[in-house]
Design a protein. Structure first.
Length: 527
């Protein structure tokens, strides 16, 4: 306490001790009176402005739900967080304008705050898990094995455990929100129903001045729920904040910045609020008998409306960073793309040249990991391998025909050739000159040629890795393309079966991660 007083004196903290008479007058002084009339007008403006801003932003965010920037943040989870933040902020600011029932304040503190914080923590957890999951996709696909068309032996297929891991992430996130929320609601209801004093102090329908309720700690037992959950939320915020430091994000103000900055803010304001609640509320069980109460704490408590302004500020910032900031990023990206539209380096044709450069594709892969979209780059790399498999088959088939023995082709080790190409994609020692032929640009093939049985297993495995909607590495292609591929692979698949999907994936990379590559490596690309 001496340290607090020292800091307080430096900040003009009023450390005079409050008398019993002053404390009694303080406990009877509300906010909804003539003394604070001018201040209430300011809160009315803030209330109207934030309500309109929140509604408009949520509508815009919903309209952008299919955009890359919004999908990267998980539209459903972020949109749900935005709705609950808007409702909670509405309820938090409302008592500054009109009398409200104590139960509304309890509902906001125990239920809405819990849901908002849990969704935020889940989004932070998602960022951490999916960042490492994208790294795991790369390493697992680089080591994947297939059914050998020659040896007829079964090897580990990474799609199996990737799919299970993806499901586990979703299940963990769902339970992380649902279970604590249910406990908070149940605990609040049980306390209210079993304690007659709580029911008397905190009426469901009777509207009161919120400041009087907060100062006199009405319904004190009900606040135990938010105190307990707040303690655990602070712990998880600290843990997730530490883990977020190791997540790499290519955007300066991207999803990592959002989650980390909110975590820090929640920790700081919660610590301040704990000190304030302990030293400025009346009849609190935390007060020791005959404990001195300092005027400075009471002044801060009144100015911050019982600490509610702290949480209002957190809610506003959470809404800005999770809903408004992505909208700003979206329109900034459109403006930037329009500005550089005439630059040849921004063309799709130039992007295809980039995609045929192994070192640049490797940089694209690293960017995609940080953008949680590594499946697009992996799709492209594995698509190239399939085309090389077709090219190799045609070469071997031509040799077999020249030797007048087409059965020779069955003796060729396509599996070993496949793994050589796979190793080249992920090897840091890969010799780029070996690929300087720009294979994908120079190789022409008949897309209507039926897939030979010798290389068919690789096409089927590709389908289950990137096209099948149950796969965690599935790329986001149109439903029409997905159905056409499914129908064809079930009947008579051709070597061009994935060409339409390739065009969509390339366009997606061109619009999402290529601008980041340009921003970071434009000089290198022009060399």
């Amino acid at each position: 306490m001496n340290e607090i007083m020292t800091i307080g004196n430096f900040l003009f903290f009023n450390n005079s001790i409050v008398s019993k008479e002053e404390l009694e007058a303080y406990s009877q002084k509300g906010f909804l009176n003539e003394e604070f009339k001018a201040e209430r007008y300011a809160y009315i403006f803030i209330f109207i402005f934030t309500t309109i801003l929140n509604i408009v932003s949520l509508i815009l965010f919903y309209n952008l739900r299919n955009s890359y920037i919004v999908r990267q943040r998980n539209f459903g989870l972020t949109f749900a967080e935005g709705i609950f933040i808007a409702i909670n902020l509405f309820i938090t600011l409302l008592p500054q304008i009109v009398p409200v029932p104590c139960s509304l304040i309890i509902f906001s503190a125990n239920v809405l705050n819990t849901i908002v914080n849990l969704i935020f923590l889940t989004r932070s957890l998602r960022v951490i898990l999916y960042y490492h999951f994208n790294i795991f996709k790369v390493t697992s696909i680089s080591k994947k094995k297939y059914i050998s068309p020659i040896r007829e032996k079964y090897y580990d297929e990474p799609n199996n455990y990737l799919h299970l891991l993806s499901k586990k992430i979703v299940i963990v996130n769902t339970l992380f929100i649902a279970i604590p929320t249910f406990i908070a609601i149940a605990a609040t209801i049980i306390i209210y129903l079993t304690d007659s004093k709580v029911r008397e102090e905190c009426s469901i329908w009777r509207a009161d001045d919120m400041m009087l309720s907060l100062k006199n700690n009405k319904g004190e037992k009900l606040y135990l729920v938010v105190i307990i959950f707040g303690f655990f939320i602070m712990i998880f915020n600290f843990i997730f904040g530490c883990l977020l430091i190791f997540v790499k994000d290519v955007n300066k103000y991207g999803v990592k910045f959002e989650c980390l900055s909110v975590s820090i803010m929640i920790l700081i304001f919660n610590i301040i609020n704990i000190i304030l609640q302990k030293n400025a509320t009346i009849k609190s069980s935390y007060f020791e008998p005959n404990k001195n109460i300092y005027r400075g704490f009471l002044d801060i408590y009144e100015k911050t409306k019982g600490g509610k302004i702290f949480f209002s500020f957190i809610l506003m910032y959470m809404f800005f960073s999770s809903i408004i900031l992505p909208i700003i990023h979206y329109y900034n990206n459109i403006r930037s793309k329009n500005y550089y539209f005439q630059d040849p380096i921004n063309s799709v044709s130039y992007f295809y040249k980039v995609l045929n450069n192994p070192s640049l594709v490797n940089e694209l892969r690293q960017i995609a990991i940080k953008e949680f979209s590594v499946e697009n780059v992996l799709f492209w790399e594995n698509y190239r391998i399939l085309k090389k498999m077709v090219f190799r088959y045609q070469q071997e088939y031509k040799k077999a025909k020249e030797l007048c023995d087409e059965n020779i082709i069955t003796q060729y080790d396509f599996e070993n050739y496949y793994f050589q190409q796979l190793h080249n994609n992920f090897s840091t020692k890969y010799n780029e000159s070996s690929n300087s032929e720009n294979f994908m640009e120079n190789y022409n093939y008949d897309p209507n040629m039926l897939i030979p049985k010798e290389i068919l297993p690789y096409f089927i495995s590709f389908y289950h890795m990137f096209i099948d909607y149950n796969s965690p590495s599935v790329v986001n292609i149109s439903g029409i393309s997905e159905r056409e591929i499914f129908n064809e692979i079930s009947l008579n698949p051709t070597v061009g079966i994935f060409d339409s999907a390739k065009d969509e994936v390339v366009e997606m990379m061109y619009n999402t991660i290529y601008p980041i590559l340009l921003r970071n490596n434009k000089k290198k690309l022009l060399v």
